[in-house]
Design a protein around this ligand. Structure first.
Ligand code: ASP
Ligand code: MG
Length: 459
């Protein structure tokens, strides 16, 4: 079975949905296909706003969601009442929220679930209109179970072999909701941004797929974000370890957790571009074929949260406690370390973090206005010459690098710069590391003359 996942951008509107499903139709001629779908682009964020507004007593966002989905149905020439049941259920929940004092995670996830649930219905209906048998399925009915403190995809019970049998029994193409699961108490949970990637690979594991294709609105993994570095190039093949490093260092191509089931199941994950369905995209295999720099990931706006340690108490326990409190406040720690008597955590630079730090002052301080970037590549972390090379490239544009907190992974080296200097620095580093690299006919990167091959020891 071939698993194909379509992200929000590839389902943005009626035209995008039809274009994406032509790709499915072609694939389904030669192979059985399992589809996993995201919400239409922007809908998850719209639902999150709707939930927050409902708690404040407003229902305007529901109307916007209804209009958006109705117009998708019109564009696709589908029955206007296809989503009425879901829209009514959503409205009833939002109305119930109006009498709640606050929005808890359980209710928020319930509201968020409508994006994927509705898009699965739309996608299945379009396939049927194309003359292709298809059935929408909610992933949480198929046994995907996560912890209740969801948001980032801690899977408790993965889909099993029975699931495989169930999917195989579906006449036509199963169209499964991404991003959604249940906790052991039966509440809906969500899997965090790009969570559908994770769903797709979990299902890929369950059905023993050889390949899972994630269709997105990007060419694939790139040597840098093309919005920052216009010369950025597609990376044709990379290893799982490096793909994870891109994700954890801020590249939004893929959900980092998606590569765990890929590893377990020996599944090749391919990121493909819906706008260029015949282009090869990026293949994520077990190992990156070349040693050395592959690309640069970045975060535009980060801050260093620092907190004084209490002496005489276990430092690790204090860090663990802080990380838990950050997570409860909805703040994702990107990297963390001890430095002397201090805990240092790299977080995103926003009002939520600022408020968290203010509540814990004077023990806590927040150093704002940074950006971070990481050079990613096989055995990069073991290359002792890289920091000096990167520092020299940054110095060419007059910027001094600040060391990023936390350990160096074997597949990346991370740095901080003033946020205003991110673009020139990333461009200079990209030009220095990748600028002169020609590409072969196949699109495969040739080894760069400066790429060093550090020892194999701890890779
Ligand atoms: N709809 C969710 C999001 O916007 C999950 C996904 O698209 O994979 O991140
Ligand atoms: Mg998305």
């Amino acid at each position: 079975m071939r698993v194909m996942k379509f992200g929000g951008a590839s389902l943005r509107d009626g035209a995008a949905i039809e274009r994406s499903l032509r790709v499915v139709e072609r694939a389904a001629r030669s192979q059985r296909v399992l589809l996993v779908v995201s919400a239409q682009e922007g809908v998850t964020a719209q639902l999150a706003r709707a939930a927050e507004e409902a708690v404040r007593g407003e229902l305007g966002a529901w109307d916007a969601l209804r209009v958006r989905h109705r117009s998708t149905l019109t564009q696709l020439d589908l029955a206007g009442d296809l989503l009425d049941r879901h829209l009514r259920e959503l409205r009833a929940i939002l109305e119930a929220l109006q009498t709640s004092a606050r929005l808890d995670r359980r209710m928020r996830d319930y509201v968020l679930s409508f994006g994927e649930r509705m898009s699965a219905r739309v996608v299945a209906a379009v396939l049927r209109k194309f003359g292709q048998a298809a059935a929408p399925l909610d992933a949480y009915d198929l046994g995907l179970t996560t912890a209740s403190s969801q948001g980032e995809g801690a899977l408790l019970r993965a889909p099993t072999r029975e699931l495989r049998a169930r999917l195989e029994a579906v006449p036509g193409i199963p169209v499964v909701t991404g991003f959604l699961a249940l906790d052991p108490a039966g509440n809906l949970t969500t899997l965090g941004p790009n969570g559908s990637d994770l769903t797709a690979v979990w299902f890929g594991e369950a059905v023993a797929a050889e390949e899972v294709v994630l269709w997105k609105a990007v060419e694939g993994f790139m040597t840098a974000d093309p919005d920052v570095v216009p010369e950025a190039r597609r990376i044709p093949v990379l290893g799982r370890h490096e793909a994870v490093e891109f994700a954890v260092n801020g590249a939004e191509v893929l959900h980092a957790g998606a590569l765990e089931p890929a590893e377990r199941g020996g599944i090749v994950v391919r990121v493909a571009d819906v706008a260029a369905p015949h282009a090869p995209g990026s293949r994520i295999e077990a190992v990156t074929p070349h040693v050395g720099p592959l690309g640069i990931a970045h975060r535009e706006s980060v801050a260093l949260y620092k907190e004084t340690l209490s002496l005489g108490r276990d430092q690790g326990a204090q860090l663990a406690e802080l990380l838990r409190e950050l997570s409860e406040a909805g703040i994702e720690p990107h990297r963390a370390s001890f430095s002397g008597r201090e805990l240092v955590v790299l977080v995103s630079d926003d009002e939520r973090t600022a408020a968290f730090a203010a509540r814990r002052a004077p023990r806590a301080t927040l150093e704002r206005g940074h950006a971070s970037f990481a050079v990613v590549g096989r055995r990069i972390g073991l290359d002792p010459t890289l920091p000096a090379r990167v520092a020299a490239l940054a110095a060419r544009v007059g910027v001094a690098l600040i060391p990023a907190p936390g350990d160096t992974s074997s597949a990346s080296q991370a740095y901080l710069v003033p946020a205003t200097a991110l673009t020139p620095v990333v461009r200079a580093v990209h030009a220095g590391l990748f600028g002169a690299t020609p590409t072969k006919e196949s699109g495969e990167l040739l080894p760069h003359p400066h790429r060093s091959a550090p020892s194999e020891r701890s890779a």
